[in-house]
Design a protein. Structure first.
Length: 134
C-alpha cells in the first residue's frame, strides 16, 4: 500500500518535531518562495507525497500548475475515479475543503491518504502559498 512505507509509518509515530527539519532540507530546492510560512507547512504535511516541480510525481501527483486545473486531470498520474468525478476546479475554496478533511468530508473515495490539516492558521498559510502568484 502506497502510504505504508516504513518511512511514512515512522514519521507518523514520532510526529513533526523530528521529521520537519529533514523534510524542509529535502524539499527546499523545489521552491522559489522558501521563506513563505506556507512553505514549511507544505514540506511537513505534503512533501512526502507531492512536489511542485513539473512532471515530478511522488505518491501523489505533482502540484505544478494545479491552480485553475480540473481535479484529476494532471497528465501522467492515475487519479481515482472519485476525485475526477467531483468536477472541481482547484482554487482557494476547493483546496480549503479538500485539504481540511480529504477522506472524511470532501471526497471519501479519494486515493489521497491524508487525514487533513485541522489547524486553520496552517491551512490558510498553506493555501496562500499554493495560490500565490508565481
Ligand atoms: C500520503 C500521501 C499524501 C499526502 C500526505 C498528501 N497528498 Fe495530496 N494527493 C495524494 C494522492 C495519492 C492524490 C491523488 C488522489 C486521487 O486520485 O483521489 C492526491 C491529490 C491531491 C490533489 C489533487 C491534484 C489534482 O491534480 O487534482 C491536491 C490539490 C493535493 N493532493 C494537495 C495536497 C496538499 C496541499 C497536501 C498537504 C496538506 C497533500 N495533498 C497531502 C497523496 C497525498
Amino acid at each position: 500500500m502506497m502510504e505504508r512505507n516504513s518511512w511514512g509509518a515512522r514519521a507518523r509515530k514520532v510526529g513533526g518535531a523530528v521529521l520537519l527539519p529533514a523534510l524542509v532540507a529535502w524539499t527546499q530546492p523545489a521552491f522559489s518562495a522558501g521563506d513563505a510560512p506556507g512553505a514549511a507547512v507544505f514540506s511537513a504535511e505534503c512533501g512526502e507525497c507531492h512536489s511542485l516541480k513539473e512532471g515530478r510525481n511522488k505518491k501523489g501527483p505533482t502540484l505544478f500548475g494545479t491552480l485553475g486545473r480540473k481535479a484529476g486531470t494532471q497528465p501522467g498520474f492515475e487519479f481515482s475515479e472519485e476525485l475526477r468525478r467531483t468536477g472541481w476546479t482547484w482554487n482557494q475554496e476547493t483546496l480549503r475543503s479538500y485539504l481540511s478533511q480529504p477522506t472524511k468530508k470532501a471526497n471519501p473515495g479519494t486515493k489521497m491518504k491524508y487525514e487533513g490539516l485541522a489547524d486553520p492558521k496552517s491551512l490558510e498559510a498553506l493555501i496562500a502559498y499554493l495560490t500565490a502568484p508565481k
